[in-house]
Design a protein around this ligand. Structure first.
Ligand code: ADP
Length: 315
């Protein structure tokens, strides 16, 4: 039985492998997505997990399910949509070392999450004994207005039955019609959130800032009923707000940063795993920093499992 279910979209990723013939590029195929990166790391840390998404009935959807199952992630909540394929994105490395992202995800089956009545009631039943649900601002963005309305009702019922909600606002402006639409969706979701895993950069981007962004975060959520707010700030110490108390946890120095993709997603997994194991917020943030510190030393959002576990054992 899963202790936590992560809800969102996993995509096919094509990243540069090597130069191909006649100046072309060869691409390496893998799978990624913010909540997917988190669920895989959570499972590697030993937390019983489930992934909730919608996929197609194609070869790549089969491969994603196999990959999740190999990581011991429960895939029973994944709905397969006939005739559909998962979303796809490509990473282009320009000669100056910058990375550009190109997406083909508009018609991905995950966009229909929380749209279909029969699926919602089945999901409620499947998640009835799951302690916590985790989702992100990307999950919120892709499901659209009617998906969000259904999601809010779903979470209200889930919480009334004793479940907890964790949320990372992961703000991607191009997935929203306007900043105002994103702000409203975030407000609605945060009203149901027990554990908020926020990033200062996203807070500034979503809400704007007049200078003291940390003070603005505190003021913004002062009257919300969020049990724990964890504020990630890159290499700067992590700030944890619980009621009126504030705590700061140092981020260990990482000198050989290669790629910060999925730093926040991996941090969240470390934090959630410790939190669900009954650890304090300080202990959870320390584990989260260790996990994120590993992923940023390697290319990609999900690294080889043994490599991850070996590096974790040395930290
Ligand atoms: P996101 O990836 O969501 O933008 P951050 O950049 O705030 O999130 O990073 C999330 C976490 O990753 C940080 O709290 C920290 O633990 C780790 N991290 C990110 N950048 C660095 C860095 N330069 N040095 C050490 N740790 C880092």
């Amino acid at each position: 039985m899963a202790q936590i279910a992560c809800i969102g979209e996993v995509m096919i990723e094509l990243a540069a492998a090597e130069a191909g013939p006649q100046g072309g590029e060869r691409k390496a195929l893998s799978y990624a997505g913010d909540t997917y990166n988190t669920v895989v790391t959570l499972a590697r840390l030993g937390t019983p997990t489930a992934y909730v998404t919608r996929l197609g009935d194609d070869h790549y959807s089969d491969a994603i399910i196999d990959r999740l199952a190999q990581e011991s992630i429960d895939t029973n909540c994944i709905v397969r949509h006939e005739g559909k394929v998962p979303g796809l994105y490509m990473i282009h490395n320009s000669p100056d070392g910058e990375r550009e992202f190109f997406y083909w995800r508009d018609r991905a089956p995950a966009r229909q999450l929380f749209h279909i009545e029969g699926e919602l009631s089945a999901l409620a039943e499947q998640l009835d004994n799951t302690e916590m649900l985790y989702l992100s601002g990307i999950t919120l963005a892709i499901i659209g207005d009617s998906g969000r309305q259904n999601l809010i009702k779903f979470l209200q019922t889930y919480k009334a039955r004793g479940g907890k909600v964790a949320f990372d606002s992961n703000y991607r402006p191009r997935l929203w019609e306007s900043p105002q639409q994103a702000q409203q969706a975030n407000r609605d979701l945060l009203a149901l959130t027990d554990l908020a895993l926020l990033t200062l950069d996203d807070e500034e981007l979503l809400w704007g800032t007049d200078g003291d962004a940390v003070a603005e975060v505190k003021a913004r959520y002062r009257d919300c009923d969020i049990g724990q707010i964890v504020l990630k700030r890159g290499a700067e110490d992590v700030i944890i707000l619980q009621g009126d108390s504030e705590e700061r946890v140092d981020v260990p120095k990482v000198t050989d940063v290669v790629d910060t993709t999925a730093a926040g997603d991996t941090f969240n997994a470390g934090y959630l795993a410790a939190h669900l194991a009954g650890k304090t917020a300080t202990e959870a943030a320390a584990q989260a920093n260790r996990c994120a510190g590993i992923i940023i030393r390697h290319r990609g959002g999900v690294i080889d499992k043994q490599l991850f576990l070996d590096e974790l054992a040395t930290r």
